[in-house]
Write a protein that binds this ligand. Structure first.
Ligand SMILES: NC(=O)c1ccc[n+]([C@@H]2O[C@H](COP(=O)([O-])OP(=O)(O)OC[C@H]3O[C@@H](n4cnc5c(N)ncnc54)[C@H](OP(=O)(O)O)[C@@H]3O)[C@@H](O)[C@H]2O)c1
Length: 263
């Protein structure tokens, strides 16, 4: 990967897989625009990457769980004359909760962030990429995209949307110079479970992939021209096997893995 002279925008760059994307894109020579809500973390990462790679890094604190944020992000970057060559739509969160007990404001914020903002950012940024004749977009979904996920109903459904949306746009743009790819991570060591409220155990911990490895798989797939990639062979095998399992059984399995034990 040689991204010298290119600019990459990473959402959710204050933690987890987003930090790994930022570090790997910086190592490839890209200039970076990093966004998330926690500005202190973004600024600390920006200092680290400027010192390590001598690249330009801009940080933008923004809540992408709000409806106006995608336009604000576009206006502050591409719209302000700073072309974005690589867009990594990574920001996202899940909540482990029975759907009816989840406060609507939380569900709404999650759908806005994981689905609507991702879609709007893709829409806003691919147009200029097509005009310039180059560009890459990586949308982060989840292996939850492959099955209904009880206790994460809106999260899993949103990720299924991200996967289908991304593969459809990738097909539409096949004859342009813009590549669009979906990354479906399985369990990855990040702050995801702290945010979702799901208790971890040694088995879950042992089966988790590092954020660095997950980001590497995603970037390799994106720049290799893939339309979809699942992180790791065991996750790939599991998703592939689900084709042969009745949906009711697949839903039961997902609920056993992701569900609240006391429920
Ligand atoms: N870890 C896993 O096991 C796993 C599995 C499958 C898929 N994924 C997906 O991977 C992506 C990255 O998650 P992660 O695992 O790295 O989790 P993480 O460590 O919790 O990072 C999530 C990132 O999203 C940002 N974010 C959350 N809410 C936001 C908001 N309202 N506005 C702007 N940014 C927001 C966070 O920054 P701030 O809090 O500073 O805003 C943070 O930088 C997500 O799309 C997630 O669904 C993760």
């Amino acid at each position: 990967m040689n991204l010298k002279g290119r600019t990459a925008l990473v959402t959710g760059a204050s933690s987890g897989i987003g930090v790994s994307f930022a570090r790997q894109l910086a190592a490839a020579g890209a200039q970076l625009i990093l966004t998330a809500r926690r500005k202190d973390r973004l600024d600390a990462l920006a200092d680290e990457l400027r010192a390590a790679h001598g690249i330009e890094v801009t940080t933008i604190a923004l809540d992408l769980g709000t409806a106006d944020a995608p336009k604000a992000l576009f206006d502050a970057t591409e719209g302000a004359g700073k072309p974005v060559d690589v867009l990594i739509n990574n920001a996202g969160f899940g909540t482990q909760e029975r759907f009816d007990r989840m406060p609507w404001a939380k569900a709404n914020e999650q759908i806005q962030l994981n689905v609507v903002s991702l879609t709007e950012l893709t829409h806003r940024f691919v147009g200029p990429m097509i005009e310039r004749g180059r560009g890459h977009v990586l949308n982060v979904a989840s292996i939850g995209a492959y099955m209904p996920v009880p206790w994460y109903a809106t999260y899993g459904a949103g990720k299924a949307y991200v996967r289908n949306f991304t593969e459809a746009v990738a097909a539409e743009l096949a004859k342009t110079e813009v590549r669009v790819c979906c990354l479906c991570p399985g369990g990855t060591k990040t702050e995801f479970l702290d945010v979702s409220g799901q208790k971890s155990d040694w088995l879950v911990e042992a089966s988790m992939m590092s954020a660095d490895r997950c980001a590497k798989i995603g970037l390799r797939a994106l720049f290799g021209g893939r339309r979809n990639i699942i992180s790791g062979w065991s996750n790939s095998l599991m998703c592939w096997s689900l084709r042969f399992v009745p949906r009711r059984i697949a839903t039961w399995i997902a609920g056993r893995i992701m569900g609240k034990r006391e429920a």
